[in-house]
Design a protein around this ligand. Structure first.
Ligand code: P6P
Length: 348
C-alpha cells in the first residue's frame, strides 16, 4: 500500500543512513576502525562543511582570487586554499586524535601543540586540490590520508610521514561540486556519502563503490605531449585509439582537478594520468604529491578494484623519502593501468 503524502511527511525523519550510523556499524565489523577513527572522520567532516560553505558562496564573498602569497610548492595561494588549510589545521589540532599533520600548503610537519590533546594518528592532506579552478566554479576537493604514528616515536618527527602507502589506516576525499560528497575507505571497501544541506548530514549514497575491469575515459593534459618520453606518448596514443568493452572509442575528459577527474573515473570507469615530463627540472617526477594525493587515492582505487602505479611500481609499495615527494601517477581501472604499465616498461 503506497504511503500517503501525510504518512510520507510524518516519516521525513527517515533520512537514510548517516555517516555516523555507517561508521558505528563499521566499528562492529572492522576491529581496526576504532571509535577513535570514527571521531577523527567526524572532525574532518566538520572541517569539510566549513570549507563547503565558503566554496559554495565564493562567487559572492570577497574570497576569490589570490592572497598574494606563494606556497611551498611555488604555487600562488588562492584565498580559498588558505581558508581550507587553516580550517583543517585549526579543527584537527583540537580533535585530540592527532599528534601531527602534513599539509600540501606547509613546508614542514605541523606538530599538534603540547597544550592541545594529542592522539595516535597522523594526517596528511591537500586542503583544496584543484583550487585554480575555483574562480571558474569547477569542482574542487580536499584529499586526506591517515596513518598511525610510529610506536614510541616523537609526535613531530618526519618518520611518522615517511611511510609505505599500504600502511595507511584510512584515506578519502571531499568533493565540492554540484553536491558536496565524502568518499572514503578504511580498508573495508569504498563508500560515498552526499551532504544533505537541509539537515547538514552526509548520507550514504554510494555503498561499496566498485570500478569496472576496463574503463571508457582517459584523463591527461595533452598540452604536455612534447615534454613526455616516447613510452608515455605511446601510452596516451594507446587510449586515444582504443575501444572500450562496448567497442566504442575512449572519451577524453580532463577537468584540471585531480579529485574531480578521479571521482568521475571511479564511478564511470577510466584512467587518470599525470606522467613525468621534462618541463621543469625541479619536478622530474611530475607534479602530483605522493603523501597527500597519489597514496590516498591509490588506497581508495585498490579498495574499489582498480590500480595505481607510478609507471614502474604500485603506488602503495612506495615508501616516502620526502614530505613533498612527487610521483608520476597512472590510476584507474585495473586492466587500463596494467596496460599503461606494460607499455611504460616496454613489454608491449
Ligand atoms: P595541469 C591541481 O593543481 C593539480 O594538482 C591536480 O588537481 C590536477 O589534476 C593537476 O594539478 C592539473 O595540472 O598541469 O594539468 O594544470
Amino acid at each position: 500500500m503506497p504511503l500517503t503524502d501525510i504518512q510520507r511527511a510524518n516519516q521525513s525523519y527517515r533520512l537514510g543512513t548517516t555517516i555516523t550510523e555507517h561508521l558505528l556499524l563499521c566499528e562492529d565489523e572492522c576491529p581496526a576502525a576504532s571509535g577513535q577513527f570514527t571521531r577523527l572522520l567526524s572532525e574532518l567532516i566538520i572541517s569539510a562543511k566549513l570549507i563547503s560553505r565558503e566554496v559554495n558562496k565564493a562567487g559572492l564573498a570577497d574570497i576569490l582570487g589570490m592572497t598574494g602569497d606563494v606556497n611551498v610548492q611555488g604555487e600562488k595561494v588562492v584565498k580559498l586554499d588558505e581558508f581550507a588549510n587553516q580550517a583543517l589545521i585549526y579543527r584537527m589540532e583540537r580533535s585530540g586524535l592527532l599528534c601531527a599533520m602534513a599539509s600540501e600548503e606547509n613546508a614542514d610537519v605541523i606538530e599538534v601543540p603540547e597544550n592541545m590533546p594529542r592522539g595516535s594518528y597522523v594526517l596528511s592532506f591537500d586542503p583544496l586540490d584543484g583550487s585554480s579552478n575555483v574562480d571558474a566554479n569547477a569542482s574542487i576537493g580536499t584529499i586526506f590520508s591517515i596513518h598511525r604514528k610510529i610506536e614510541d616515536a616523537g609526535c613531530g618527527i618526519l618518520d611518522n610521514f615517511l611511510r609505505y602507502g599500504y600502511e595507511q589506516v584510512a584515506a578519502g576525499y571531499f568533493l565540492y561540486g554540484s553536491s558536496t560528497m565524502l568518499v572514503y575507505t578504511a580498508g573495508k571497501g569504498v563508500h560515498g556519502f552526499t551532504l544533505d544541506p537541509s539537515v547538514g548530514e552526509f548520507l550514504l549514497s554510494h555503498q561499496n563503490i566498485t570500478m569496472p575491469e576496463r574503463g571508457r575515459i582517459y584523463s591527461v593534459n595533452e598540452a604536455y605531449t612534447d615534454y613526455w618520453d616516447e613510452r608515455t606518448r605511446a601510452v596516451v596514443n594507446y587510449f586515444k585509439s582504443s575501444k572500450n568493452e562496448r567497442g566504442k572509442p575512449y572519451t577524453a575528459r580532463y577537468i584540471g582537478a585531480l579529485v574531480a577527474d578521479f571521482h568521475r573515473n571511479l564511478l564511470y570507469g577510466g584512467i587518470y594520468m599525470y606522467p613525468a615530463d621534462s618541463r621543469d627540472s625541479h619536478k622530474p617526477h611530475g607534479k602530483l604529491r605522493l603523501l597527500c594525493e597519489a597514496a590516498p587515492l591509490a588506497f581508495i582505487v585498490e579498495q574499489a578494484g582498480g590500480a595505481a602505479s607510478d609507471g614502474r611500481q604500485r603506488i602503495l609499495d612506495i615508501k616516502a623519502t620526502e614530505l613533498h615527494q612527487r610521483v608520476p601517477l597512472f590510476i584507474g581501472c585495473k586492466s587500463d593501468v596494467e596496460k599503461a604499465m606494460a607499455i611504460m616498461q616496454g613489454k608491449v
